[in-house]
Every structure is written in C-alpha cells, then in structure tokens.
Design a protein around this ligand. Structure first.
Ligand code: PMP
Length: 398
C-alpha cells in the first residue's frame, strides 16, 4: 500500500481557484473581479515608480546576498514600526514594540498566531463574520479554535455593530480578536472612529487580545487616517498585535513583504517577545528574503522616494474611489432601479455587491465577469474600458 493512498484531495482555494477558472475562460470580454489585486486604468498590474527608483539605487550599489538576521533587515523593521505607530510615538521611543519582517501580511499573521499559541494555548480566536478567507484557516492551522463575531448584516447593508459588541463583551478573558484595521475584506465596511472607541473599551474591559490585520494601510482614507486606529489602541494602554502587508500598497504582491509588530508593556518585555518571535521564524524558514524588504526600506527611509510613494499610493486610492462613483452612476444608466449608492460608502479594494450566489454564477458563466460567490467584487480591477460591460452585465442578472 502506498504511503499516500489515504490522502484526500483538499478543496481548491476559493479565490485562487476562481483565477484558474478565469484563465481558462475564452470569453473575449472577460473581467476578473475575483482576486484582491489593484490594476491601473489600462488593466495592468502597476510597477510603482518609487519601486523602480529604489531598485535602480540597489543596482548601482550591488551587494552580496548573505543571510539576513532572523527578524529581517533592521532598517526595514524600524520603518515598519514608524509607519504603524508613528516615528515619534511613545511606544517607538520607549522601545516597547517588537517588530519582525515577515513573508507578506499572511506571514505576519502566522508568526503572531504561532507565538500566541505558545503563550496562550487555551485561548479561542474570534474573527469577523465574514472575514478574509484565510483568517479562519490560518488560526485553525496554528492550533486554535476559531469562532466568529457578527460583523456584516446583509439586510441592512452595513455593520451589525451591536452584535459585534455583544460578542466581544461575552468573550472569555484572553480571547484573541482579529480586527481589520481598515478596508474590511470582504465587505468594504469599516467601523467609525466612535465605534472603534467602543470596541477598544470592550477589548480592554474583557482583557481580550487584539490582533489588528493591516493589509491595506493607505488604501482607505490615507496613510495617517487609516493608521489612526493604532494610536487609539496605544492610548487605551493595551498590548496588541499588528500585521502589516505591503503587497497592495507597494504593488509588490510576489515579493512577500510584510511584518508583525507586537506592542508590549515594557522594553524588556519587547526584547523577550522578540526572542520568541525569532524562534517561530527560525524553525519555519530561518530568515526572510532580501529583495522586497530592501526595496520597501529604501523607499520608506529615503525622503524623496517616500514622497513619491505617498503620491502613487494616493493615486491608487483615488482611482478606486472614482471607480466606485462611476459604478453607481453606470449601474443606473444600465437600467438598475435599486439604490446602489452603498458602493460609495464602502472603502478599500472590495465591494460587497449584495448579489446572491446564483447571480454571481450567472455573471461568470454568461458574461465572464468573475467575483466570489459571496457577492464580493474587487473594484480596484475596474477601469474606464471594462466598467460599462461590467455594469451592463450586472444589470442583466439583477
Ligand atoms: N489580510 C487581509 C485582510 C488580506 O486581504 C490579505 C490579502 N488579500 C492579507 C491579509 C494577506 O496579505 P499578503 O498578500 O501580504 O500576505
């Protein structure tokens, strides 16, 4: 008998599986709104100018490639810390943040999950309902029982804030609560600052462990605005986790650049936490790769490139907002009677369109317009050439 005879076929990744289906589709008008990737108005994946300039600087001074330290490039880690907490913030100045370079935002989440599993083996993890597909899988694989707190309510097209708060207030002490810092994936609905205050009060009162997933800093309202929630958590006096991703904000998806920051009570505590994070990394992949981290560190730490990045990021953010406005207008023009203005209230890459599974399947099969079965569409993949076709297709299935 073969060693692997009993191995079952795992289900396809729901989103990446959609990509394969899209690639095989022969419809010449096909549009991929499935995966969370930003495309420019020509439908191309951007290669940011700040990235190209940083790479040019790197080419001009070529370096040999030794191993990086386990926690990554020091200049990168400190740039992440400054971006997330503020360069002059008290946590950064007092040295009580432990930051490591990670393989994308996913890597940051997994390092955090593995570390938490060691220090809080009995804790449960709460994620939003719905959430990014990988949250449940990732924390389950790390050994946790994962449950969900209410977040989106379809009937009202918005956040079930009372439900969310009730769930947090009932969670046992020590429960890990995964929160989307901005640009909630998949719904596009973010908490208001006043709602964040209530969430923060609840996690503090119940002694929960906040884990902020910040995969879209700068894609919502702006770099500072999106990061403001971190300042609120700091001000509350809680210790917490933040995972960072530069996949979208630098359009560096395949370089796997991200990080994990853990705010600790003291500098000494941060040193001990860092030593544990390093064990997680060392036993998984030893140390991170050089290229992507060097690009991001060069951009963030070179004032001229940093300014350019902020401008390019603002360009992506503004284009997404324009697509949202255009979507609402063009759906009306295409004959859609219902009020679709909720699309402009959502932020970030995604829109929960409110379309049912059957409608999403029809969009795919009859029109070659690909979104997820849950009705999620990536508005960052719309452009001036495909938006009319998308709107006409949606009008036909509504
Ligand atoms: N968290 C959320 C909410 C995401 O949407 C994503 C990316 N789709 C990630 C984490 C992972 O980011 P990365 O690709 O950098 O691993």
């Amino acid at each position: 008998m073969s060693l692997f005879q009993a191995v079952e076929m795992a289900p396809r990744d729901p989103i990446l599986g959609l990509n394969e289906q899209f690639a095989a589709d022969t419809n010449p008008n096909k549009v991929n709104l499935g995966v969370g990737v930003y495309y420019d108005d020509n439908g191309k994946l951007p290669l940011l100018e700040c990235v190209q300039k940083a790479e040019k600087l790197m080419m001009e001074a070529p370096k040999a490639r030794g191993y990086l330290p386990i926690d990554g490039i020091a200049a990168y880690d400190s740039a992440v810390k400054s971006l997330v907490f503020g360069a002059d913030s008290e946590p950064v100045k007092s040295g009580r943040v432990a930051t490591v370079q990670a393989l994308g935002g996913t890597g940051g989440l997994k390092i955090g999950a593995d570390f938490l599993r060691k220090v809080r083996p009995d804790a449960k993890v709460l994620i939003s309902d719905p959430s990014w597909e990988n949250h449940r899988a990732l924390f389950s694989q790390a050994g946790f029982t994962v449950e969900a707190y209410p977040y989106y309510v379809a009937a009202r097209r918005g956040i079930d804030f009372d439900g969310m708060l009730t769930a947090l207030n009932m969670a046992p002490q020590g429960t890990v609560v995964v929160l989307h810092a901005c640009c909630h994936n998949p719904t596009g609905y973010d908490l208001t600052p006043a709602q964040w205050d209530q969430v923060i009060a609840a996690t503090k009162a119940r002694q929960l462990v906040p884990f902020l997933d910040m995969a879209y800093q700068g894609f919502g309202q702006g770099i500072q605005e999106d990061g403001a929630v971190i300042g609120k958590f700091v001000a509350s006096g809680q210790d917490f986790f933040v995972s960072t991703s530069f996949s979208k904000s630098f359009s560096l998806y395949g370089e796997r650049v991200g990080g994990l920051s853990v705010l600790c009570g003291t500098k000494d505590e941060a040193a001990r936490v860092l030593s544990q994070l390093k064990i997680v990394i060392r036993t998984n992949y030893s140390n991170p790769p050089i290229h992507g981290g060097t690009v991001v560190a060069t951009v963030l730490n070179t004032p001229e490139l940093r300014t350019l990045w902020e401008k390019e990021l603002a360009g992506m953010r503004v284009r997404i907002k324009q697509m949202r406005t255009a979507l609402v207008e063009k759906l009306k023009t295409a004959g859609v009677q219902q009020d679709m203005s909720f699309i402009t209230q959502q932020v970030g890459m995604f829109s929960y369109s409110g379309l049912a599974k059957e409608q999403m399947v029809r969009l795919r099969e009859e029109f070659g317009v690909y979104g997820t079965d849950t009705g999620r569409m990536c508005v960052a993949a719309l452009n001036s050439k495909n938006i009319d076709y998308v709107c006409q297709s949606i009008a036909k299935v509504l």
